[in-house]
Design a protein around this ligand. Structure first.
Ligand code: SOE
Length: 385
């Protein structure tokens, strides 16, 4: 669905912080590396402050700006609305964009509550019937190594899965003097490490196994309850109202056991998303800090030579890799977002619903809700509704 008849499709993006920057990179580059039916046109960037949004638009390559996301959605030169704002605005922007006939890409987690996510999933399902596509930006599904892991599990290379072990470790909040941020306020972020990075490992493990968590038991903790307000001349502190870390166990539909850890206080770990899957016939292990590698243990290997193999996921035959560089020339974090918008544009062209859908995002939200319910109820086992 192009508006200019020039084979391009107009994008309007709301938000220009970290996610806005990395999404901009994806929209700018996707058609230079992937065969997309319509090249994205970076039509308009939305932000609250006019001067800062203008500066961001100039730096990130957007044609124009709007300071009201409603005006952005209403524009005829916007066919795709890309939501890169804190979670407290995801629902309102997505519902308005869907009602206006747009395709919608929404950053994770889908919403700040199960109730909001339910509204969004319902609206997305209705919009799909009218040819509108929507997707949640769980970008780690588009790490080639994680896509290979899913393929190997789906092909039965690991046999019946017994264990899933997932950690997402960062350390940018370890210092108590690090100032307040929107990710530390419940009314803006919905939750702390749990929704910010725990959502990623919930989605990634459900994606790899191809099944859902059915119940959890959880602990959450807030280590630093007050933080300085950046630039405040009086040195005032503000309340942290979210979890700093979450620990939970879970069980998958198949009976596979799972353990999860999400923290932004693991001093020394910068963006270490670690996954391990143990099956009856083999195991896989991944660490995002070595994102081009997948470790594979083949249970069929002869005992004297058995061991985890370090598989370099840089062959043209590996998912997405062929669009980039020759074997061994690795890719990075930003490439996963280019993969994401490639799949989104392809789905729009093909009239198919991309994954993860808003329904997938709702399912992750239900796990987040069950974790919070369990943590608030003496870590009682809590079904994922
Ligand atoms: C948290 O610091 C964060 O920016 C997440 O919000 C992103 O989703 C993740 O990709 C990197 O870390």
């Amino acid at each position: 669905m192009s508006n200019a008849g020039d084979g391009t499709i107009g994008v309007g993006m709301v938000g220009h912080a970290f996610m806005g920057r990395v999404h901009s990179q994806a929209w700018r580059t996707v058609h230079h590396f992937f065969d997309v039916p319509q090249a994205p046109r970076l039509a308009v960037l939305g932000g609250r402050d006019l001067d800062r949004t203008k500066a961001a638009a100039a730096k990130l390559g957007w044609d124009s700006v709007e300071t009201d996301w409603r005006a952005l959605i209403a524009r005829d030169d916007v066919q795709i609305v890309d939501i890169c704002t804190p979670g407290d605005s995801h629902k309102d922007i997505a519902l308005a964009a869907l009602a206006a006939g747009k395709h919608v890409l929404c950053e994770k987690p889908l919403a700040n509550s199960v109730e909001e996510a339910e509204e969004m999933a319902e609206a997305a399902a209705a919009a799909s019937a009218k040819g509108q596509r929507s997707m949640v930006a769980f970008n780690y599904r588009r790490v080639p190594a994680i896509a290979v892991a899913r393929q190997m599990v789906a092909e039965g290379r690991l046999g019946k899965i017994r264990h899933v072990r997932a950690q997402y470790l960062q350390d940018w909040l370890s210092d108590a003097n690090t100032p307040m941020a929107w990710r530390l306020r419940k009314e803006e972020a919905g939750s702390g490490s749990l929704g910010d990075i725990g959502a990623h490992i919930i989605d990634a493990t459900q994606f790899i196994l191809g099944e859902h968590l059915t119940g959890v038991s959880a602990l959450t903790e807030t280590f630093v309850h007050k933080r300085p307000i950046a630039g405040d001349p009086d040195g005032r502190l503000d309340d942290v109202t979210v979890d700093d870390a979450a620990l939970f166990i879970g069980k998958f539909t198949s009976g596979a056991m799972a353990s999860y850890e999400a923290t932004r206080f693991a001093l020394g770990r910068k963006n270490s998303m670690r996954l391990e899957v143990n099956g009856e016939k083999g195991s896989l292990a991944f660490d995002f800090e070595s994102m081009n590698e997948l470790s594979y243990f083949d249970g069929e290997d002869a005992d004297e030579t058995a061991g985890f193999r370090r598989v370099l996921i840089t062959e043209a035959t590996h998912p997405y890799v062929g669009a980039w560089w020759p074997p061994g020339h690795i890719i990075g974090y930003e490439h996963t977002f280019t993969h994401e918008v490639f799949d989104f544009l392809t789905a729009i062209q093909n009239g198919t619903d991309p994954a993860p859908s808003f329904a997938d995002g709702l399912q992750v939200q239900k796990v987040l809700g069950a974790v919070e319910a369990s943590a608030g109820n003496d870590s009682r086992w809590t079904p994922v509704s």
